[in-house]
Design a protein around this ligand. Sequence first.
Ligand code: GLU
Length: 479
Amino acid sequence: MTPRVRFAPSPTGYFHVGSARTSLFNWLFARRHGGAFVLRIEDTDTERNRDEWRQGILDALTWLGLNWDEGPTLQSANLGDHHAAVEALWEGGYLYACDCTREQIDARSAATGRPGYDGHCRTRELPRGPSTALRFRMPDEGATTIEDLVRGTVTFPHEAIGDFVVMRSSGVVLYALANLVDDRSARITHVIRGEDLLPTTPRQVLMWEALNHCASQERVDLPAYAHLPMLVNEQRKKLSKRKDPVALESYRDQGYLPEAMVNYLALLGWSPRGDEIADRARLIDEFDLAEVSRSPAFFDVKKLTHINAEYLRAMTSDAFAHACRPWVDPDPAAWRPRAAPPWAPEHFDADVFSRAVPLIQTRVTTLAEVPAMVAFLFGDEVAFDEDAVAAVLADDPLGRVVLAVAIERFAEVDFTAASLHDALVELGEGVGLPLRRAQAPVRVAVTGTRVGPPLFESLELLGRQRTLDRLRAALARVS
Ligand code: GLU
């Protein structure tokens, strides 16, 4: 049997990194087993849905390269099926009408000390009406056991569940039923989703099996379940939408590569054999639900950043330059909604930039770091780090000597990285400074900071005139 999996996000907020992990594991499973990856948008919570979030789901999956084989279907298009399932369960005697209000239920719970619904209407045989909800009649005893592909055997005693609402008096069908009806219609064979949905599963299994006994419903095999471990932050607490950076798009906008993100997400609860840096082909080849861990997975931005840097380093220069375009391009349409680069767009020179690529590619961990690193090439004014200026120029007379001599020497030498290097070595020897210390005042004068791409190559790219202008300006600034 060809496996059929689905990713069923609700468009109620930014696309969460946890959703990204769930979608990836479904996609890997489908690709590994030659199955179908179905996209269904669960949009029945009309109060919390927004069109932009629905679009955000499609954009996120597209950015990650998780192509879907069917859909996107909308849950709201299947309301007829959901109601038909309610009718079938009613006909089959699995439901009963209940007119208890929330206040009445709470008052009885408070009196008995037992939480949840007490089965008050179970035997009242109320007719259905505009003020009755429909509840599922739980089996009196026993338990539902699930062989979860990740969590193993999980048993839910029925007495702990209580008769639950399937359709509100308003006619709204509850999400847990809508979700499984859609899985039945789509012939889903494996439900791979977050662990937060594990408690819903026994109710879904019971309804699924009940539907299989209803004359008006087709018999559909129960899917296998796999509940993926929760994502936690550094404090080992569930990732919080408010406190933790969980929106996938913020990683895209900070210059993480989709390939690095896919690789990192795959490590959240699973790992390939051998090296953790694994491209898509290897992930597909090795992915195995049975190897997914039950322990919470730490969403570690530092590790993600490290992996991103590895992917950036492994790119060809051309691919890297191309990936940088949204951060440096003169056309605002390319970088919006990100911040504008720190130079006047018309000063950007694509040729100079591509020559700078080899100097910066191995020194950035995200693409968002690129503009600051090349700003000295395109900016009119040097943005000075005042602490650096103080340390190597203002408070250091030798630093000022280095600048004064460099202005003379750099006016004459062949303006290539190699000659500039030799000139500065010689200059340093003349004033008794090792190269490292002789470089610092020059670097600060020209780029404004003490860290950056290799100095001599940078000077060569900047050119003689601009280099000399900056050395003179910096000297004047501190004299
Ligand atoms: N729509 C649910 C969610 O966004 C997923 C339900 C499921 O995968 O079964 O959490």
